[in-house]
Design a protein around this ligand. Structure first.
Ligand SMILES: Nc1ncnc2c1ncn2[C@@H]1O[C@H](COP(=O)(O)OP(=O)(O)OP(=O)(O)O)[C@@H](O)[C@H]1O
Length: 529
């Protein structure tokens, strides 16, 4: 689309939005949300995305704020309703001429849909969906389909949404970010910010038993770079190729969460036992878990992840390796430097620290990386000892060094295979995340690295996320993240990002990551020689 058309679309969307909000201030119409969402999608500027979302949040009635934020950030139950694209299309006979749905009325229907189960639920769901769709305009229907299939999250990513909440509430961004880290939920953060200001946000505290959003690392160009950037006061740790765990214990109560804050306590009894036996009363630990082979090498990532699934194989015993401690016996440590948190970790869980070195020189750091790789691990992490615990990938206080290029990409589609792969979905279309929250951008294809087991899994799983299909290809909604290894990237006019992967091969699927955590187009472009 030529640039002028984008501008035209955007300005008409914004005009609609202002009319909508002006007319209905107090009661936000679904139409207002729809025009904001398309305007947010159409602009590539983070600043205007923030402005638009902030305007919408400001205009909402108090009771609508959390629903709005949940919708626009994808943090909503609707993606999990299990309503497919086909069912939704079937419910779309005809559309209304003018917009009458309000946010709260739509939310009531969605809540009803979520609560419908048992005998007669199919008919009841159909009836609710038809009611919802028949009173919606064509644009609203489009939005509802994306909302119900869980696709909407790409309109407003976490970063933009926290900016918008801060702007709408007139509060410093740092205060909003911290509340989000502690509450783990954007809707609750938004309502508190708008209705209760800084005081309400300050009430979000670290609570033992409630997970906080984890701190992440940024990739380092090289080991020497990371070492030079962070200076001598660092902790250099193995980067283990397992699954992130956050462990909370209060007395005998233990709860364990994944990187995406899902609770898995019931599935990992051996970890619960071990944590109960630690010499402390209350603690929150951050770490990695994995299963080992008899010779002490890490088992493949898929096997560790399989322990988190519904049918968990208990024979594979998981080991924990902790690397942080953010609460110990009544004292919150989030704002303490890493050096103090590591001392607390050694008191709380002696003998369970991830293999690490304190303040090594460059040669020792290199040797640690070699040891990690020789042991079958992924690489190392280099962390500034004076850094506080802050959720997300902001700043450079944790840097990861891995020898191979790998990218976490979004599966956009898969082509039917031929020869040995006839009848299987095979060649994957791979997309990078648009850093500005737009649709993923295709950067390459591959079928290399796909085992028979993965081919079978793909063929089973992909149709559940189908967006469209033709004779050769099944196109997917952004839902599945796959990690690929590659030799590099090259400039290419074949794909819209003007860059293509070189020799990409599938390493594994990443069920622990959502598309909003996939690598961005910028990360791909960074690999250009
Ligand atoms: N010593 C360690 N310190 C922190 N995280 C570690 C460590 N060892 C392994 N990890 C894992 O690495 C992840 C942090 O790396 P990053 O922020 O790059 O996330 P990621 O995208 O999942 O990483 P990758 O895709 O490289 O596995 C953590 O979520 C954790 O699961």
């Amino acid at each position: 689309m030529p640039v002028n058309d984008v501008r035209f679309d955007l300005s008409s969307c914004v005009a609609d939005l202002c009319v909508g909000i002006g007319r209905y201030r107090g009661t936000v119409l679904l139409a207002d949300v729809v025009s904001t969402s398309s305007a947010v999608g159409a602009t590539r500027s983070r600043k205007s995305k923030t402005e638009l979302l902030a305007e919408l949040i400001r205009a909402a009635e108090p009771g609508d704020i959390d629903v709005l934020v949940a919708w626009l950030s994808g943090e909503t139950l609707q993606g999990r309703l299990g309503i497919g694209w086909r069912t939704l299309s079937a419910a779309r006979a005809g559309s209304a001429d003018s917009a009458t749905w309000t946010v709260s009325a739509v939310d009531d229907i969605l809540t009803d849909l979520a609560g419908t189960s048992g005998a007669g639920s199919v008919a009841r769901r159909k009836e609710l969906l038809t009611r919802l769709m028949s009173r919606a305009t064509a644009a609203e229907q489009e939005f509802l389909v994306r909302l119900l299939t869980g696709e909407i999250r790409h309109g407003a990513l976490e970063g933009v949404m926290t900016d918008a909440i801060a702007k709408a509430a007139g509060l410093p961004l740092a205060v909003v970010r911290r509340a989000f880290m502690l509450s783990g939920r954007l809707p609750a953060t938004a309502s508190a910010a708008i209705l209760g200001g800084e005081e309400a946000l300050a009430r979000f505290r670290l609570e033992v038993g409630r997970p906080v959003r984890p701190m992440l690392a940024s990739p380092a160009a090289s080991l020497a770079d990371a070492h030079a950037a962070l200076g001598p006061d660092v902790s250099v740790e193995y980067k283990l190729d397992g699954a992130r765990i956050q462990v909370h214990r209060h007395g005998d109560d233990v709860s364990i969460y994944t990187r995406t804050l899902n609770e898995i306590t019931e599935r990992v009894p051996e970890l619960v036992e071990l944590v109960r036996a630690l010499p402390c009363y209350s603690v929150v630990l951050d770490g990695e878990t994995l299963a080992l082979t008899d010779s002490g090498r890490p088992r493949p990532f898929q096997e560790t992840m399989s322990r988190f699934g519904a049918s968990s194989e208990r024979e594979l015993l998981l080991q924990p390796y902790f690397f942080d401690c953010i609460h110990l016996d009544g004292v919150d440590l989030l704002d303490e430097p890493l050096s103090s948190r590591l001392q607390a970790l050694d008191r709380a869980a002696p003998g369970h620290r991830i293999p690490s070195l304190l303040r090594p020189d460059l040669a020792e750091t290199e040797a640690h990386l070699d040891d990690a790789l020789a042991g079958g691990h992924e690489g190392i992490m280099i962390k500034a000892l004076d850094s506080v615990y802050a959720a997300g990938r902001r700043g450079k206080s944790w840097q990861k060094v891995k020898p191979e290029h790998t990218l976490d990409l979004i599966v956009l589609g898969a082509e039917w295979g031929y020869g040995r792969r006839t009848g299987y979905l095979s060649n994957l279309h791979l997309g990078a995340r648009d850093p500005d929250g737009g649709a993923p951008i295709m950067v390459g294809k591959t079928f290399k690295g796909l085992t028979d087991e993965l081919l079978r899994w793909q063929t089973d799983e992909f149709p559940k996320h189908e967006r469209d299909r033709d004779d050769h290809t099944v196109y997917l909604r952004p839902a599945i993240v796959v990690e690929v290894e590659l030799d590099g990237v090259q400039v290419s006019s074949r794909y819209p990002g003007k860059v293509a992967l070189r020799f990409a091969r599938v390493l594994r699927y990443r069920p622990d990551k959502s598309p909003s955590e996939a690598d961005t187009l910028d990360a791909v472009l960074n690999l250009l020689p």
